[in-house]
Design a binder for this molecule. Structure first.
Ligand SMILES: Cc1ncc(COP(=O)(O)O)c(C=O)c1O
Length: 279
């Protein structure tokens, strides 16, 4: 449990961080969020997260101007106050408080919460782990490119994965793969690295953006294109990326072993270069 929570201009104790029952985030998931990794006391890829937060709040017409300097100050301060070395910063902004009604009023005052959680990351060292994933239909709303807390479909998918002893759920829409319940999905076939294009069908992951730069600097072949369930099962390697999972190998999808159930060499090399580039 973290000691402190930033709640609307104040640092309060975790147990005292309370939000009104008519907050629209609570009633309607009318709310956006970011998860930012902290590795060895360092806040990682902050600019990308701020940029995406601006995008989310703008797309939903929240009554807020994201102030990068102020947020940076708060992040540094909460990491220090909570003595966080490795873990995540969680930020959530709701549209604000209003008597219950679907249509929102214009000048609501957003509620902002920021706190931290410790986390052990899957680092590409001798303990590096590959995981099982399951497939599941992508039944999310039509704008998963906005990072909202409307995550019911992701929650159902993640619970299904958990029941089956899997780490992640890979979403399919018709025959094509979009992304996963809390990460972006990549396949490798004949040394080509393939991932879904960053359009309105997926969340443009910060880890994805940074990894694309790493791939390019390594001179590897990257293709941003749609791929099918069949291509997923027949891949040489599969991995997922997110702020919480970094670059994590997927060694089994449903009942199919990928790369004979072993971590692929390209995935491991990428994970290592990625980790070095951000720390
Ligand atoms: C649905 C979904 N896709 C992709 C990602 C990866 O995004 P990022 O790399 O910014 O953490 C996440 C992260 O939570 C996610 O929930």
């Amino acid at each position: 449990m973290p000691n402190f929570v930033y709640l609307n201009n104040k640092y309060v104790n975790f147990k005292d961080a309370k939000i009104h029952i008519e907050d629209r985030g609570f009633q309607f998931s009318d709310s956006v969020y970011e998860v930012i990794k902290v590795l060895n006391n360092k806040i990682i890829d902050l600019d990308f997260h701020i940029r995406r937060l601006k995008y989310s709040t703008k797309e939903l017409n929240f009554n807020i101007r994201i102030n990068k300097n102020l947020l940076t100050e708060i992040f540094i301060s909460i990491v220090k106050k909570n003595k966080l070395s490795n873990g995540i910063i969680y930020l959530q902004i709701t549209r604000g408080l209003q008597s219950r009604e679907h249509a929102y009023k214009k000048n609501l005052k957003p509620n902002i919460i920021i706190y931290t959680a410790k986390k052990k990351f899957n680092l590409p060292n001798k303990n590096y782990k590959g995981y099982k994933a399951i497939t599941y239909p992508d039944i999310r709303w039509g704008r998963p490119d906005i990072k909202t807390t409307s995550l019911l479909a992701n929650i159902l998918a993640a619970t299904e994965a958990s029941k089956k002893g899997a780490y992640e759920t890979i979403f399919f829409k018709g025959k094509k793969i979009t992304e996963a319940a809390h990460s972006n999905v990549w396949i490798i076939k004949n040394h080509k690295i393939i991932t879904h294009p960053a359009n309105r069908e997926i969340l443009k992951g910060v880890t994805r953006t940074v990894l694309i730069n790493v791939i390019k600097t390594q001179g590897l072949k990257l293709i941003e294109k749609e791929f099918s369930l069949n291509e997923l099962f027949k891949s040489d390697e599969v991995f997922i990326t997110s702020s919480g999972s970094l670059v994590t190998p997927i060694t089994q999808v449903d009942k199919t072993k990928i790369n004979k159930g072993k971590i692929g060499s390209i995935t491991k090399a990428l994970a290592l270069t990625f980790y070095k580039s951000i720390t």
